[in-house]
Design a protein around this ligand. Structure first.
Ligand SMILES: Cc1cc2nc3c(=O)[nH]c(=O)nc-3n(C[C@H](O)[C@H](O)[C@H](O)COP(=O)(O)OP(=O)(O)OC[C@H]3O[C@@H](n4cnc5c(N)ncnc54)[C@H](O)[C@@H]3O)c2cc1C
Length: 440
């Protein structure tokens, strides 16, 4: 029997690939004209350049994501450094006229606790007392134990004061959760810390995937699905899930068209799923709680400069309204400032965000003039990373026979990231395979 997957982000493409690999006839419906969802690219109308809705960072200890990218044929284009290396730019310090100071934190390849201690000792960023504090906090977090409430609660538990928060925990947690320390879930964050920094040498190593994102990973995944006999339909938005006797029958895709399905994997964000469900289902468990899940925005400010601006491919910004600086587009391309969180520049109107980005560029990139700025914002860049929202994330299986849920916001135990989305797609595909194998 056939399966239909709705939504072609990481969750939907990974679910469809797994189903196709298992020999299930699968159709993937994507409402927009491009594959990749939130991790996709668009054409800048003025320069014609392909830009991403926002630069991404992937972690070496993302096993589901890496396996998916390998199977899609994109793996060889993603290069991880042998160990974690992050450059921190401190706006509060630096030589006069020379711009803020840059301090590189590099974990040695031999990793382990000793490696982490050595890296922190060698780091020329924060004061020694701050680095020792970070080492203590890291030791405590890697030792395990309960992580409840917010990330701020967790940091209190390990005595992490202002310095360790500003230099290490805030950039790390914001990158992982896209929320403030007070809003973000301690349980999600602790799990990522353990799965990355606790995963031996190289586990926390970060790679910037090649830009533009759509051709890098999503088009390759779509092609892999089609090679296995699956169908990928762009510009086909599902309007309504059609059910009878508590079981899915297919999807209304508008224009009087109906797509029959033995099983449906919904891999769309929460509001889109609620729109697909008949009204009576929206009021029942687990769907009624989906409205309690909240989005958090990310803004990316592309800045075309009047000259080259050499430096690391990405930098964490300390004490700035913008959180990251990316140099991803090669020579002549723009640099990109990125900010995330409901309490951040990303929540400001576009004009204000652009003015803030231009102002930050003057400070961060002295001697360079911004020739052009383009701010793109994703209001719902991530979902459900808040500590209060965790009980409301639904599992892959639903009470509707044949309907399975995927998406970074479902109950993966991970934050809304590419890795979480792929794991959700895998879980939904597994559940759908079990259902179809059992005769549907
Ligand atoms: C700017 C930005 C930066 C980010 N940085 C990182 C990062 O560094 N590392 C990281 O791991 N994660 C990052 N993320 C998060 C990551 O991109 C997401 O977690 C992931 O892409 C979500 O995938 P998804 O498949 O769950 O959802 P989506 O990507 O939202 O996919 C859902 C798809 O469903 C489609 N759709 C919706 N309704 C319908 C319908 N009715 N019919 C058919 N199709 C429909 C949408 O068009 C979309 O393509 C970032 C996100 C943003 C926006």
């Amino acid at each position: 029997m056939s399966a239909v997957v709705v939504g072609a982000g990481f969750a939907g493409l990974s679910a469809a690939l797994r189903l196709a690999e298992s020999g299930v006839p699968v159709r993937l419906l994507e409402g927009s004209r491009r594959l990749g969802g939130r991790a996709s690219s668009f054409q800048d109308p003025r320069s014609g350049a392909e830009l991403d809705w926002g630069p991404h960072l992937f972690m070496a200890a993302n096993p589901a994501l890496r396996s998916f990218l390998d199977r899609a044929g994109a793996g060889p284009y993603l290069r991880f450094p042998p160990s974690l290396e992050v450059s921190f730019r401190d706006s509060s310090a630096g030589p006069p006229g020379g711009g803020p100071r840059l301090a590189r934190l590099a974990f040695p390849r031999w990793g382990g606790r000793l490696g982490q201690a050595a890296a922190l000792l060698r780091w020329r960023g924060p004061a020694l007392a701050t680095r020792l504090g970070i080492a203590r906090g890291l030791r405590g977090m890697l030792a395990g134990g309960e992580a409840e409430g917010s990330v701020a609660d967790l940091l209190d538990k390990f005595g992490q004061g202002e310095g360790p928060r500003a230099w290490f925990w805030e950039p790390f947690a914001r990158a992982v959760l896209n929320l403030s320390l007070e809003e973000g879930s301690a349980a999600l964050f602790a799990r990522v810390v353990r799965e990355s920094l606790g995963a031996g040498p190289g586990g926390a190593s970060l790679a910037v995937p090649p830009s533009p994102l759509t051709p890098f990973w999503a088009d390759r995944a779509g092609a892999a699905i089609e090679r296995l006999g699956g169908q990928v339909r762009l510009g086909t938005a599902a309007r309504r899930i059609v059910m009878a006797e508590g079981k899915v029958r297919g999807l209304d895709v508008g224009g009087g068209k109906f797509v029959e399905a033995g099983a449906i994997v919904s891999a769309v964000p929460p509001p889109a799923l609620l729109g697909l469900l008949p009204g009576s289902f929206r009021r029942g468990a687990p769907f009624r709680d989906i409205g309690r899940l909240k989005p958090s925005p990310i803004a990316s400010a592309y800045l075309w400069l009047d000259g080259p601006c050499p430096g690391p491919s990405f930098e964490a910004l300390v004490g700035e309204g913008w959180h990251w600086l990316f140099r991803t587009c090669g020579s002549g391309g723009p640099v990109c400032l990125l900010a995330g969180g409901r309490d951040s520049v990303a929540a400001l109107p576009r004009g204000e965000a652009e003015a803030s980005a231009r102002e930050a560029a003057r400070r961060l990139l002295p001697g360079r003039r911004v020739a052009r700025a383009l701010v793109v914002r994703e209001r719902a860049a991530t979902w459900a990373n808040g500590w209060e929202e965790q009980p409301f994330r639904p599992a892959a299986e639903t009470p509707v026979r044949g309907l399975f849920l995927a998406g970074d916001w479902t109950a993966t135990g991970l934050p809304a990231t590419a890795e979480g989305a792929v794991r959700s797609g895998e879980a939904a595909a597994r559940a759908a395979l079990g259902f179809l194998g059992g005769g549907g």
